[in-house]
Design a protein around this ligand. Sequence first.
Ligand SMILES: Nc1ncnc2c1ncn2[C@@H]1O[C@H](COP(=O)(O)OP(=O)(O)O)[C@@H](O)[C@H]1O
Ligand SMILES: [Mg+2]
Length: 1003
Amino acid sequence: MIELQTSLLDNMIGVGDMVLLEPLSENSFIQNLKNRFDHDEIYTYIGTVVISINPYQSLPIYTADKVEEYRNRNFYELNPHIYALADEAYRSLRDQDKDQCILITGESGAGKTEASKLVMSYVAAVCGKGQEVNKVKEQLLQSNPVLEAFGNAKTVRNDNSSRFGKYMDIEFDFKGDPLGGVISNYLLEKSRVVKQPRGERNFHIFYQLLSGASDDLLKRLKLERDVSKYNYLSLDSAVVSDLDDGANFRIIMDAMKTVCFMDNEVQSVLELVAAVMKLGNIEFKSESRVNGFDESRVEDNNDLKEICELLGIEQIVLERAFSSRTLEAKQEKVSTTLNVAQAYYARDALAKNLYSRLFSWLVTRINESIKVHWLFSKKVMGVLDIYGFEIFENNSFEQFIINYCNEKLQQIFIDLTLHEEQEEYIREGIEWKNIEYFNNAVICDLIENNNKGILAMLDDECLRPGTVTDETFLDKLNTVCAGHHHFESRHCTNSQFLTDHTLPHNCFRIQHYAGKVLYCVEGFVDKNNDLLYRDLSQAMYKARHPLIKLLFPEGDPSKMNLKRPPTAGFQFRASVGTLMKNLQTKNPNYIRCIKPNDKKAARIFTETLVRHQVRYLGLMENVRVRRAGYAFRQLYKPCLERYKMLCQQTWPHWRGPAREGVEMLLNSLQVPKEEFCYGCSKIFIRNPKTLFALEKKRRECLEVLAAVIQKIYRGWKQRKHFLLMKKSQVVVAAWYRRYSQQKKFQKIRICAIIVQSLIRRWKVGSLKDKVDIFRIGGAVVQWIQKYFLDLKKKIPSMSPIDKTWPPQPYQFLEGTHKELGRIFHLWRCKKYRDQFTEQKKAIYEEKLDASTIFKDKKALYPGSVSQPFKGDYLEINQNPKYSKLKGLLEEKVILADVVHKINRANGKGTARLFLLTKKHFVLADLKSVQIKATVPLPDLASVAVSSQSDGFFALKIKEGSASAAKGDFLLSSERLIEIITKLLRAGTHTAERSEINVDISDE
Ligand SMILES: Nc1ncnc2c1ncn2[C@@H]1O[C@H](COP(=O)(O)OP(=O)(O)O)[C@@H](O)[C@H]1O
Ligand SMILES: [Mg+2]
């Protein structure tokens, strides 16, 4: 069995991959999420899909260290993390050339935008470095705050809710370095500019500008710092805790610089923002006209005047545009007056259009900065962060559009994961148990069907002649959509909901995949029409302000177009269609965001809320499909290419069909049969574990292969070097030999020539020549003779210590002269030695011994050198007094003398006879000649003397010997040197001398 260490299996809180959850039920699923969430584990996998739960607190899991940890690691190797998904996507983009898209879904406030930023920052951190690359990265990342300032707002769901959809393609070169990108934006919720639901705010930029701009800037923009001065800005939630508008304003200004906005561009943008804000303050009053109609008039001209100054518009033009409107049909112009309500409508329409066009321009402008000027093939990573599914108390056209978009995203998710997965198994001929899941294609159809879809109905109504109202639109829906299972309305023709009081008369309800949403039709027609009176767009086009002019190209009278512009719904449907097509060409990576509670609070996990999201996101089905299926699949050929080094038969080349190669490979690796399945074109691997085991083996094998390659290369390199050296050596040797032989040859040649010439001369020459030849030889002989004779005269003395030797007379005899000196010295030393008798030799030997023992060690020694060692001082043989002793001693006496034995008790000496033979030393009484002690020499352990000039010496007896009973002897004698030398010499003959030590100490 293949064992694999993955942290996905070890040390995990709950289960990291829902595919491994046992038993699998909705309850256990949610319990697992909760368990992990309670331990701050906000990420969990379903196979390759990442579930992310908004922690509503900053967790320490996005550090640079974490980035390093996840970099180049297998998806399942570490704790589930959004970085793992980002890494996987980036690597398969870089290494396998697959375009990627990151699809982030979830409801508003679930953490989609944060997730998209985390993915981007991760990719920025791991991709290439360098000045140019860093600049690109910085621009890509800094585009975020700019767009967020203009496109995000505080809602009841989220303090930083994206009010536009965003899809960003990041483009890379073949090395994986970022080159730039393209941003697409989808339908900004522009109604927010003029009105915000209770508890919500307008877009951030308004508040940021008012609190962050300098006094000077505000003055130039003709603004006042007080938020309450502006009708368009909601007051009840102008201040959001945790949001520092002033500081953010400066961040945004810096970010705009980074993204290469010019100073004058920034100025223009701020002027437009100011103009929008001031537009809200224009009030109208009605004035009766002679024709009986009421006409609206601007009440207080000051704001209008300032707006016109800001934008460079003639006041009268704008004023007129607010009080009348020109209708044009077939070259006929009709002017009608506007009543007050129409004037307000026109004002708001202008504000909304100004702002949303400004926003689109910002996106275009950013795109210009981050555009890739690269013609070669690029790889793309798309990040989609689109507004999440929304259900408010009051849902209007915007929510309808937003939710439609989410339906489409769900559709693509179903398509690519569930549907596609099942389809693939069928295609590949793999046995497959069908998994039931809800396919929301019917809901998409309800909305976008070309003939009967809600959007098509709306367009029909908007374009229809006659009176068109929201009510007529609803009537139409009631007839056309009545039969649809996901459509509910009070007045449906089948009247199923007639008594449903939760369904107001002016509303319809759609059963979205994510729940039922009640839409109020009020404003649908207007918002879809998105009408801006032509007089206003023309007024804007006439402005001297360069940016405004650019934003209203349709105001150009020369390019006037009588055709209606496409409706908002139509445009949106088209752009969503393009987006879906784009996403389908890429390899999808899913992040499914879940919101744990409605309070934007940390650590609260509301089970019902999560259960609802788990259901509509289809996560359970996702797990089931995963579990029923195979975790990994790959075409046979790339699979074989990747792992062929793991089997002898497939390495380095497999000649047969790829499928057979893979079979051979898996069989030889003994992967259990149930772990894989052979499809028509792909191999399916059931468990990630098996895949990682293969990957691990591959990595190990690659290391070995790398070592083999290295080895062979090194061997080759060294051999090449060696061969070169060998060749060089042969050349050098050949040249040297040639040189030395040439030299030798020259010498021989010269000699030969001399000898030859002498011989020739000898042969042919006269007597005189012969004499000459002798003379040359003779001269040398003469010199040598002279040398020896001289040397004889100067020969030094025969004393071995004489170091002189006469100087050398001839250079050519240098070696001979030195050698003669050495031989002479050796010879005279020998002569000197030869004259010694045996006796004399012994005496000298004794003296030499004394010298080695005592020289430079005892002060008494120098005095002893000149005194001959007599040995028998008592003349034992001649003196009859000692005849008695002679009898006792069988051996020859080597030494006989009088010594003093020192009494240990009082230190006084008693005279004693000291006799030494080859085997013993003896102490005897001086008067009675009585033997006191006979000690065999082997019993003597050591002799101790001082270094001074005294005559004391101690004879130490070996412990445990027969003589030990008598104890050591402490004696004294003037002839200490002789006595001890002889004692030791005698000792050498009887026992090993080395055993008798002489201790000479300072005491
Ligand atoms: N990973 C996270 N870590 C910490 N806070 C987060 C995280 N994701 C989301 N949040 C918090 O939740 C808020 C809403 O997230 P956001 O991404 O704007 O939601 P969405 O885009 O889905 O509407 C953020 O402003 C942030 O305060
Ligand atoms: Mg968002």
